[in-house]
Write a protein that binds this ligand. Sequence first.
Ligand code: ZN
Ligand code: ZN
Ligand code: ZN
Length: 351
Amino acid sequence: MQMNAQNSSGSQGSQSYASVTKTGIPPPLTKLLSHSKAQACQILIDKRSLQATNELKELTEVQLTTKAELTLKLMSKVGTTLPDNISFLSAKNVQNGGILYELNAPGSAKWINALANRSKFLNHFGTDIIIKEQVYQILLENIPISFNPNSKIALSEMECKGGLKQDNITKARYIKPIMRYNPNQRTAHIALILKTKTTANQIIHFKISVKGKKVYGHKLLPKPSRCLKCQTFNGRHIAADCPQEHNTCRTCRANHQTASCTIDIQELYHCANCNTDSHTSWSHECSIFITRWQENRVRNEEAKYKYFHTEDPNTWDKIKDKSNNYETDPLPPQILTQTYNNEWRTIHHQN
Ligand SMILES: [Zn+2]
Ligand SMILES: [Zn+2]
Ligand SMILES: [Zn+2]
């Protein structure tokens, strides 16, 4: 991130590299930095759809790594020039059912993610799978609701006015569906999905202009995951591994699939998590969701920092503004919206 020139005003109290090396980097930050470094070398392979069978799940980590290595060999055999030393170091089954691979270097992960290489890799690797792109999400507060997040022109105007690289904004969406807003409401929060940390940090640092209004950006943090079968927020399993035999409806808590539920009035909603009426099991108003999210927030070291970490010490600032102090503040209702499901996004479908 090129923040140095304007840093004197915007990043008071930031640690200079010299001061950090003198005092030593605190262990939690060292851990975050090495996590961030490893992330740059990773790719996430996942099923194309929830319904697709996941044969990869049956393979061991060694088998998965060998499979990926063989895929590279096959690509090379049919004429693809591979980058020097590209190799797969490890594979890990992740909670949502995908396979997280770590490669030898960020350049190798970047090469696989390039459009042409990605489709060739997937063609040789297997069927019904995709590679998910790593994305960085930020929350922009109080955007004039005349902003249309689905308009490509609106997004490229934001990039242009914010001095961002073209096509760095992958997507924008209102946090709450626009139809659920109060008729007198003039502004609303949006989530902005970005391709690079640098772009996300640039917006967090310098703010960005949307529809003639300059707005702040904050990192969006992971929200507690919910099992789609039993609806629990405990985050220990996904639907495919759910120990419960029957489906619990997320709207009324009865033993049927949510899609077949006929309940459509709020008074009859029933939450399977806190066992009360008037809200659904996925509601962010649920007391169990709020408790779990607070617990996650306290445990999540990343939440204490303002920027997405890079090697630039300017991105190592802790959040000092009290209103955004994720560490100690109670959870204000608007912060509940500052969550997202995961940091990977589907970018390409390919056999
Ligand atoms: Zn479950
Ligand atoms: Zn139901
Ligand atoms: Zn509840």
